[in-house]
Design a protein around this ligand. Structure first.
Ligand SMILES: [Zn+2]
Length: 255
C-alpha cells in the first residue's frame, strides 16, 4: 500500500516536471509551417501570451489538486457496543453504498445472538474487534474473569468468521499495558469522541466530528443508536467530499 502510494506520488512529481516541457514543445510546434487553422489561432494566442499563461495556471492547479488527492487524509470510523439488530444492518447498507469499511468492536453476548450481522460485517470487509463479553471495565476484573471476557468474545467471533480478534476496544477506555502481553491483543482507543451516546441530535454529532477530523483520526461512535447511525453516514458523505479516505483502524495503527 505504502509503496504504491509513494510510487504514485513520484509519478505525479515526474508529470509535474514534464508538463512545462510539454507545453514548451507545443508552443514550438504551433509556430511551425503547415499548421492547421486552429493551430494557427492557438499559436497567435500563445505568441500574444494569453494561452500560455492560462494553460500554465490551469495545469498548475490540476497538478496541485492531483498531488493533494494523492496525499489523501485517512480516518477510521469505529463502532462500539454492537451488533444491534435495530441499527447495525442499516449502517452496513449505508457503508456499502459508500464503499466504506469501518471497524466494529463487538460485545460477545450480542455477537452470539446476531451471528448473521457479524458474518455480514466480515463478508463486507469490515474489521471486527473485541469489546469484552459483558462490557466490563477491564481493571476491575480478576485475571481469570478478565481473560474469559476477552477469550469468550474472541471464541464467538472466531466461530462465526473464522478469524481471531487481534484488537480490543477496552470498555470505558480503561487499559493497562500489562494486559497487552497477557491477552495478546492490541488496544484501540480513539482520538475523536463526539459523545454520541449522550444525545439524539445527529446534527450535533456530525458537526463535532467533521470540524475536528484530521489525518490519522480514529472516530468513536456506537451502532446501537439511530442518531449515531444517521450521523455516521452523513460524516462519511461530508468527509469524503473533502477528500478524506476511510480505512479500518488497523491501517492507521500499523507502521
Ligand atoms: Zn462500549
Amino acid at each position: 500500500m505504502k509503496l504504491s502510494g509513494k510510487r504514485a506520488v513520484f509519478l505525479l512529481y515526474a508529470c509535474a516536471l514534464l508538463l512545462p516541457a510539454l507545453s514548451c514543445s507545443f508552443t514550438e510546434w504551433a509556430g511551425t509551417a503547415g499548421e492547421t487553422a486552429e493551430a494557427e489561432t492557438l499559436a497567435r494566442q500563445i505568441r500574444a501570451g494569453g494561452v500560455t499563461a492560462e494553460t500554465g495556471a490551469d495545469s498548475g492547479t490540476k497538478r496541485q489538486e492531483a498531488v493533494e488527492e494523492e496525499k489523501a487524509r485517512r480516518v477510521a470510523l469505529t463502532f462500539d457496543d454492537g451488533p444491534s439488530p435495530s441499527w447495525t444492518p442499516e449502517l452496513l447498507d449505508g457503508l456499502k453504498e459508500r464503499n466504506v469499511q469501518a471497524t466494529f468492536f463487538l460485545i460477545g453476548m450480542y455477537a452470539v445472538q446476531y451471528p448473521e450481522i457479524v458474518e455480514r460485517m466480515d463478508r463486507e470487509g469490515h474489521l471486527i474487534g473485541n469489546h469484552t463479553y459483558h462490557h466490563v471495565q477491564l481493571d476491575l476484573e480478576d485475571e481469570e474473569h478478565l481473560s474469559r471476557e476477552i477469550g469468550d468474545t474472541d471464541k464467538v467471533i472466531y466461530l462465526i468468521t473464522g478469524k481471531h480478534t487481534e484488537y480490543v476496544r477496552p470498555p470505558f477506555g480503561v487499559w493497562d499495558e500489562k494486559l497487552e502481553e497477557e491477552l495478546q491483543v492490541l488496544p484501540v482507543l480513539w482520538t475523536v469522541d463526539p459523545l454520541d451516546w449522550t444525545t439524539e441530535n445527529a446534527d450535533q454529532i456530525v458537526e463535532k466530528v467533521v470540524t475536528e477530523a484530521e489525518d490519522g483520526d480514529i472516530i468513536l461512535l456506537h451502532d446501537c443508536y439511530a442518531s449515531s447511525v444517521e450521523a455516521a453516514l452523513r460524516i462519511v458523505d461530508i468527509l469524503q467530499a473533502e477528500g478524506f479516505a476511510f480505512v479500518t483502524a488497523d491501517e492507521l495503527m500499523l507502521p
